[in-house]
Design a protein around this ligand. Structure first.
Ligand SMILES: Cc1cc2nc3c(=O)[nH]c(=O)nc-3n(C[C@H](O)[C@H](O)[C@H](O)COP(=O)(O)O)c2cc1C
Length: 167
């Protein structure tokens, strides 16, 4: 089966997972900024990788806009985040981002991401600070400006099993 992994990544963690999935499946991993339309059209399975930005997958709008082109291609979404992959926040943010109808079709796998505060550019740092100001929970507030590295290749197991099951 021909598959494609479409990802957005600013700091590299989502790209790294996309490349690991490509190695495991033989699917092509493509940065969303360079996605040839023909590649999306000819794919039988679509895997989308997106960082969480401001409590929502950064590619939410893209997914909703291209829904008719991906809905019949066993679509999978994985996210990377500062929040741990098993955090209930991620379920909430996913539910708030996509209507029921989409969530019935889309298979969602939250994965641990990476953030090095010293590597953030000015704009990202500004948005992180803004998010921190708006956060009411003091524990979450403090955590938002801490380094995180929860990259874990083994955590791809369930996602890879999902791909194997639809082949
Ligand atoms: C501006 C900005 C906003 C972010 N917002 C969130 C957020 O709301 N929740 C969260 O868990 N992580 C958040 N993160 C952390 C990223 O999701 C995490 O670092 C991710 O692994 C980045 O993916 P990338 O390396 O592919 O760019 C944010 C990071 C940045 C820079």
């Amino acid at each position: 089966m021909k598959g494609i992994i479409i990802y957005q990544s600013k700091f590299g963690s989502t790209r790294t997972y996309a490349r690991w999935i490509a190695e495991e499946t033989g699917f092509k991993a493509v940065d969303i900024k360079k996605l040839p339309k023909a590649d999306l059209r000819s794919a039988e399975q679509v895997v989308i990788g997106s960082p969480i930005m401001a409590k929502s997958p950064a590619l939410t709008r893209w997914i909703l806009k291209h829904w008719d082109q991906i809905k019949d291609k066993n679509p999978i979404l994985f996210t990377t985040s500062g929040a741990p992959a098993d955090s209930p926040d991620l379920k909430e943010w996913y539910q708030a981002s996509f209507p029921d109808h989409h969530r019935r079709i889309l298979k969602y796998f939250p994965l641990g991401g990476r953030m090095v505060v010293a590597e953030l550019d000015g704009l990202s740092r500004f948005f992180m600070k803004l998010g921190q100001m708006m956060e009411k929970d003091p524990v979450a507030k403090a955590k938002m400006m801490e380094d995180v590295d929860a990259m874990n290749r083994a955590s791809l197991g369930p996602l890879l099993a999902q791909i194997a099951g639809s082949r």
